[in-house]
Write a protein that binds this ligand. Structure first.
Ligand code: GLN
Ligand code: ZN
Length: 757
């Protein structure tokens, strides 16, 4: 019997200690040169290749690295670079960064391309843009250079590339031409790419087509076939068609009938994958890459279950089965070896990217009969013998007792809207911000000194209160209507709440890339969640004591806390979200009791875990996610105004569900995307008051007054002006102070202009 081969779809690239982030940010600040940045990148790639090679991975990727984002790399590869970026006359790398981050230098003023969530993950990709001047042409430099870089340093790689179907499907078409106009050309460029890769000595190219796990239409499948008939024509190397984040139930036949040499299927998130295989079979002349090690979770793989699964897979096909991760490991942290503070009793349950490599090796050994005395197997099974944590039975019975009235706020929206109008007495087009203010060096230093016990709790609080007082003063001077305390106590909107709730665990270095150079460090839901004591009340009441204007209390909602954590797998997501909702509900009621009149409950990540297949939306997600939000605020008085905030996603198709959250006001990202959301609001008679962001906070660019005025005027065509708020599109914590003040000044000036008209 030959060895069971193992494959990794992709490896994280930001660096185990976020080296790429820090180097890139230095490069942006012009503190290091392009060469120095390249050197850091080279070392990271090298370390990834060597790690995987030493761990015995048979299929190691190149081109899973990116300076910002893989979709943007693909846009570059195909020459889909909008004219306005080319015109800047910058170097290739700087043009690339201008598309990612915008460019406001030397009299130029170009905004960044929009960003969107990558399928059901918290990773964001740059949305490629096509217009009528787009002329596609292949630039394979990066791909070939990376392949050679790996080869020269001793690793033979498979070349990763996002496939034409996914790329074209996710792109934005601004001109008169649509996807079909570019399909044939794009396919020919991929064909050319394969030829060049073969010429360079590559044996495998991994073409990634995650868009196949979305619902596909007959036309989509025709398109897919048309593309790949061209791409695969005359190929001189092996092509692995890789899919992930779900199953390809509607395109399975199309895919298996095309001349791919191997097909990667997701057996973790793909509910139907095994079924498909058993029903439809799998061609024995192809290789099956079976995603059996979860690429998204942080829990140890249960070898008994996985081996049972692999046996079923093998029973369904005679093809070679390569064991693989279920998706790129981009979505998990590097290694548990960076975690010093957590005990080994805890860490033994975790598996990050590096440990998943070991799991693949272990599994292949066990399957090949190379686990003498079943040591590897038994050690793994010991982890699953006993319950990992004890149940909180009081909480369990509370959750069992929840009924319709716990999910319903009274009186109904329209009645509350009137009551709040009188109670709050805000002007037309009220201005506000989303919560955080710039997290300057001193703010971070204060938090870190407190964490390291270098200052007392008293000193820590005093610093933050001074900051809050300054922040309130600034907002009063700017003339904003609804103020915030600035969120100086939080490093992250989820981590902060996790730290203050029972049931969460924290890592020190378990960073995961969120977009570009930004990373998040998701908490781990370890046990049952409950509130230990008040969390934000002291900050919010202090802020309110500094001003007569209303200060918004600022909380993170249960769905976002869950979606941005690594969830448990021993109880359902629904139970976990209800536990968190009950805890945040206590905080809401506490804020209200302490005189806070407006409370914002952020649900930035509401859409994140929305199933990729339409038929699962309600039954598997919205039917518990929306009620969880309602449970958080259903207990407040009619005059207390509940806000929520969302970003980075398309809301159009769940607009009714969002309205059903029954918040009084919602602010969301609209400035970076297009304004289609506004038509969706109008069409659906959206009832909740709205603050569609009037400028993009993800870029340092300062919006002009005219720009904001025109954005608001556009909005007025869709939303009755009595329902419109004026605000940036997200929190300001990643921005500098100077640009923040300048932007908000313009925002308030714009509000005055539209009010006077
Ligand atoms: N209140 C948060 C902030 O302003 C919201 C962040 C977010 O939406 N991602 O930072
Ligand atoms: Zn936001």
């Amino acid at each position: 019997m030959s060895k069971t081969r193992i494959s990794v779809i992709g490896y994280p690239r930001i660096g185990s200690l976020r080296e790429l982030k820090f180097a890139s940010e230095k490069y942006f600040a012009k503190e290091i040169s392009q060469e120095e940045l390249n050197k850091v990148a080279h070392e990271l790639k090298l370390s990834n290749w060597h790690t995987q090679k030493n761990d015995g991975i048979d299929f190691i990727s190149s081109n899973d690295f990116s300076f910002y984002d893989g979709m943007l790399d693909t846009a570059f590869m195909l020459g889909a670079i909008p004219e306005r970026y080319k015109k800047l006359g910058l170097s290739k790398l700087d043009t690339f960064f201008a598309m990612a981050r915008g460019y406001q230098e030397g009299g130029n003023d170009v905004t960044a391309l929009p960003m969107k969530k990558w399928f059901n993950t918290n990773y964001h990709y740059i949305v490629p843009e096509f217009d009528d001047s787009t002329e596609l042409a292949l630039d394979a430099t990066k791909i070939l250079e990376e392949f050679n870089e790996a080869k020269e340093t001793g690793t033979e790689t498979k070349i990763n590339v996002i496939g034409p179907y996914t790329f074209l499907k996710l792109a934005h078409y601004k001109g008169t031409k649509n996807l079909c106009a570019y399909a044939e050309k794009a396919a020919n460029l991929y064909k050319e790419l394969l030829a060049k890769a073969a010429e360079a000595g590559a044996k495998w190219v991994q073409i990634e087509e995650p868009a196949l796990v979305h619902d596909t239409t007959a036309d989509d499948r025709v398109l897919f076939e048309k593309l790949y008939k061209i791409v695969l024509d005359e190929k001189k190397l092996s092509v692995l068609l890789e899919t992930y984040f779900g199953d390809i139930r509607d395109s399975y036949k199309t895919v298996t009938e095309l001349p791919f040499d191997a097909i990667g299927l997701d057996f973790i998130e793909g509910k139907e994958t095994l079924n498909l295989l058993q029903k439809e079979g799998f061609p024995k002349d192809k290789i099956l890459f079976a995603g059996v090690v979860n690429g998204k979770n942080i829990w140890k793989n249960n070898y008994a279950k996985t081996i049972e699964l692999v046996n079923k897979i093998k029973a369904a096909t005679e093809a070679e089965v390569v064991l693989s991760t279920s998706c790129s490991l981009l979505h998990v942290p590097y290694t548990i070896r960076n975690e010093i503070k957590l005990s080994s009793d805890i860490l033994k349950h975790f598996s990050f990217a590096r440990e998943k490599l070991f799991e693949l090796t272990d599994l292949s050994r066990i399957i090949d009969g190379k686990d003498p005395n079943s040591n590897l197997f038994n050690r793994n099974q010991d982890l699953f013998k006993n319950e990992r944590v004890q149940e909180n039975s009081v909480l369990a019975s509370k959750i069992n007792g929840l009924g319709e009235k716990d999910y319903t706020r009274l009186p109904a929206f329209e009645e509350r809207e009137e009551i709040q109008k009188n109670a709050l007495n805000l002007p037309l087009f009220p201005t506000t911000t989303i919560g955080s203010f710039p997290q300057t060096k001193d703010v971070r230093a204060n938090r870190s000194a407190f964490k390291k016990d270098q200052i007392t709790a008293g000193q820590y609080k005093e610093f933050n209160k001074n900051k809050i007082a300054e922040c309130i003063k600034l907002q009063e001077e700017l003339g904003l209507d609804v103020l915030v305390h600035g969120e100086y106590e939080r490093n992250d909107m989820v981590e902060y709440f996790g730290e203050n709730l029972e049931g969460f665990l924290f890592t020190e270095k378990a960073w995961v890339q969120s977009y570009g150079t930004r990373c998040v460090k998701p908490p781990v839901v370890w046990g049952d969640v409950s509130r230990k004591s008040a969390i934000t009340v002291e900050w919010s009441t202090f802020a309110q004591s500094c001003t007569s204007a209303p200060v918004k209390g600022m909380l993170t909602g249960p769905v976002t806390i869950l979606n941005w954590s690594f969830p448990r797998e021993d109880i359902s997501l629904k139970t976990q979200v209800l536990q968190i909702a009950l805890a945040i509900r206590e905080e809401v009621l506490d804020l209200e009791k302490n005189g806070i009149k407006i409370i914002q409950i952020d649900e930035a990540a509401l859409r994140e875990k929305l199933p990729l297949r339409h038929s699962d939306w309600h039954t598997e997600y919205l039917d518990w996610a929306i009620p969880a939000f309602r449970l958080v605020h259903s207990g407040v008085r009619p005059e207390t105004q509940i806000h929520t905030h969302m970003c980075y996603s398309e809301f159009n198709d769940i607009i009714k569900d969002i309205d059903n959250m029954d918040a009084d006001v919602i602010t969301f990202e609209a400035s970076r995307g297009d304004l289609t959301i506004l038509s969706a609001l109008k069409e659906n008679n959206f009832r909740t008051q709205v603050g569609p962001g009037v400028y993009d906070i993800h870029s340092p660019r300062v919006p002009t007054v005219e720009e904001i005025v025109s954005a608001v005027k556009k909005m007025e065509n869709y939303v009755p002006k009595q329902k419109l708020w004026i605000n940036p599109d997200c929190g300001l914590k990643t921005r500098g102070e100077k640009e923040t003040v300048a932007s908000l000044k313009n925002l308030v000036a714009a509000a005055k202009i539209v009010r006077n008209e």
